[in-house]
Design a binder for this molecule. Structure first.
Ligand code: ADP
Length: 490
């Protein structure tokens, strides 16, 4: 098959969270199976260009119709660790992608509407005619709409779209001016609540509703979350639309790129290990303590790695920090906030605990440190309020770090409680709690700390069981391919 992915992130050149890992990992899996994959991305000024090989201009004058005029774009090509990537760089006074970071601007909906349009214009002009276009999250949710409303007639009539929702909390809400800018026009038609009209406020568009209507197939990133978004408030207002389109909606568990995340060969960790040489993990723990100035003590290290967003259960992460310190454990956090206020809160916490040699907080993004934490910590905490899939728990397991998670979304599909799971003991891989409150979290933390302290051999067995799970792209790759083949032949 020939597949084009259009996305706002791809690891490691443009990564904010799990979306980036999924785009890279799934593309790689498809290529390993002999399919041709190309990825179209915005050319952010913050691109980590050291991960792009052979970057060169491949289209210098792409004029993208926009707001009654047109914006000239340069399209760059380069290999990102073997993946074929195109980067769209617009030249206009809005400086859409020269803002220092991927997201967080008042005109984000407009920026990514433009990107969606530019990606299709590029495909049209460059003669790219894939069987399937795979789009991701709200940023590219307008692609199927623009494809069928505008580009099908222009020459992209055979292309089919699979749209994947990684996070329903962000749906792409914009004013009707976007219809004018993109050339969709007809606000009464597109803005109708049965189409892209947002359910919550009049005169606003919801890009994701557009994708639900126009895409040939919609996935979200775990089977359990596919259920949650239809039957609970986790659909964030889209429950009804999802019901209407449920025949073309399903959950596919994300995979992990087992090359990028492999403790046996990972160049970013000092001591390599696998399930048989599990003892070498201790070398990473030692280095982690040295790097972070933690006391070299016989205490378990509890860790959090991830975005600092209310979705992640920030109040519980904070609680776990003090709980760890009060229960003879160490705590490490690596995270960057989605808002200035959240960052400030964690900076404040960091300053308050500056002299405590049992914890270390890093507020920011640090790929290398993330690898060292996964490799060196004993437990990884994910007390999420909602978690469409979650990659961090799978990465942790791959590195022999036991996840302690809330039973929600993809966490429920991937982590099976040591004490209470229905699975046989040898298939259990972590600790799970139900209610996102302090008592619930403490009950799981108590059990995890208790096992670490009183039954170290069993704790180690649990960690090794986690390592033996196959959360690679092998199974999800099959699943996506079946979907792609199904829609390509429709
Ligand atoms: P989400 O998609 O909600 O951000 P996931 O668990 O699916 O969460 O994926 C998070 C990914 O981003 C993981 O690869 C994790 O290691 C990485 N990550 C998140 N925050 C940071 C950070 N501050 N520094 C380094 N890596 C991070």
């Amino acid at each position: 098959m020939y597949i084009v992915m259009i996305a706002s992130e791809c690891a490691p050149v443009a990564k904010v969270g799990g979306l980036a890992d999924v785009v890279f990992g799934l593309a790689r899996e498809m290529e390993l199976r002999g399919h041709a994959v190309e990825i179209i991305l915005p050319c952010y000024d913050s691109l980590r260009k050291e991960h792009v090989w052979g970057m060169h201009v491949c289209w210098s004058d792409l004029w993208v119709p926009w707001d009654g005029g047109a914006i000239r774009c340069t399209v760059w090509f380069g290999f990102v660790h073997g993946r074929r990537c195109f980067f769209v760089e617009p030249h206009s006074y809005q400086s859409y992608f020269s803002r220092g970071s991927c997201y967080g601007f008042w005109d984000d909906p407009e920026r990514f509407a433009f990107f969606s349009k530019a990606a299709l214009e590029f495909m049209l002009k460059a003669g790219k005619r894939p069987q399937v276009i795979h789009t991701h999250d709200w940023q590219t949710a307008l692609v199927p709409v623009l494809l069928y409303e505008i580009y099908a007639a222009a020459g992209l009539g055979e292309q089919r779209v699979c749209h994947t929702m990684h996070n329903f909390a962000h749906q792409g809400i914009a004013g009707h001016h976007v219809l004018q800018a993109t050339g969709l026009h007809r606000p009464e038609y597109h803005g109708h609540p049965d189409r892209m009209g947002d359910g919550l406020s009049h005169h606003t568009l919801n890009y994701t509703k557009g994708a639900l209507l126009y895409a040939n197939f919609i996935t979200t990133v775990s089977p359990n979350h596919a259920w949650e978004v239809r039957f609970t408030d986790m659909g964030c207002g889209l429950g009804h639309s999802l019901h209407q389109h449920q025949a073309k909606f399903g959950g596919v568990l994300n995979g992990l790129d087992y090359e990028m995340w492999n403790p046996h060969i990972d160049p970013l960790i000092p001591f390599h290990f696998d399930d048989e040489g599990f003892d070498h993990k201790a070398g990473n723990t030692r280095v982690l303590r040295q790097r972070l100035g933690l006391e070299d003590a016989q205490r378990p290290i509890l860790a959090y790695v991830g975005r600092l967003d209310t979705q992640k259960g920030l109040h519980l992460i904070r609680h776990a920090l003090f709980y760890a310190l009060a229960h003879d454990a160490q705590f490490v956090l690596l995270g960057s906030g989605s808002t200035h206020g959240i960052n400030e809160d964690f900076w404040h916490l960091k300053r308050t605990l500056h002299d405590n040699r049992d914890c270390h907080l890093i507020v920011g993004y640090d790929e290398e440190m993330a690898h060292l934490i996964y490799a060196g910590a004993d437990m990884l905490l994910m007390p999420s309020l909602f978690e469409p899939c979650g990659l961090t728990q799978m990465i942790a397991m791959r590195y022999g770090t036991v996840p302690v998670v809330r039973a929600v979304g993809g966490l429920k599909d991937t982590v099976f409680d040591w004490d209470f799971s229905d699975l046989p003991r040898e298939l259990r891989n972590g600790f799970v709690f139900e209610h996102p409150d302090q008592a619930g979290f403490e009950s799981a933390l108590d059990r995890a700390l208790g096992l670490w302290r009183h039954e170290p051999e069993l704790f180690r067995q649990l960690a090794v069981q986690g390592m033996n799970y196959d959360y690679s792209w092998r199974h999800p790759g099959d699943h996506y391919l079946r979907i792609f083949e199904f829609i390509a032949h429709k």
